[in-house]
Design a protein. Structure first.
Length: 107
């Protein structure tokens, strides 16, 4: 967008040098240039706000995942030590009588 506003500015400058008596064309080019600058500023502001919104959204999602994982770990730790059992991770695989690993299902 900035490139377009520079082209429009150069065009309006060239028109003002080449046709100084044609006030209507100069006014139209000047208005077009000002509109391009306004549009560029609006797009720049929208992109900046969108970028900030995306960063905020990802920060909230990250924070929620950290909180839920931490809460889950605290609950699992509390439940495990309340029952007096060893860690659930250690019980996932148990050796069978033949030496193979089998999955142990907890109820």
């Amino acid at each position: 967008m900035c490139f377009l506003s520079k082209i429009c500015f150069c065009f309006s400058f060239a028109v003002s040098l080449a046709l100084p008596r044609n006030a209507i064309l100069f006014t139209m080019v000047d208005i077009l240039q000002k509109m391009m600058v306004i549009v560029w500023l609006l797009i720049n502001e929208l992109l900046r706000n969108l970028f900030i919104s995306c960063i905020s959204l990802f920060a909230v999602i990250f924070w929620q995942s950290v909180v839920s994982i931490t809460a889950g770990m605290i609950v699992a730790f509390h439940d495990t030590h309340e029952k007096g059992e060893s860690s659930q991770i250690n019980k996932i695989f148990e050796s069978s009588s033949r030496g193979k690993k089998t999955m142990h299902v907890f109820g």
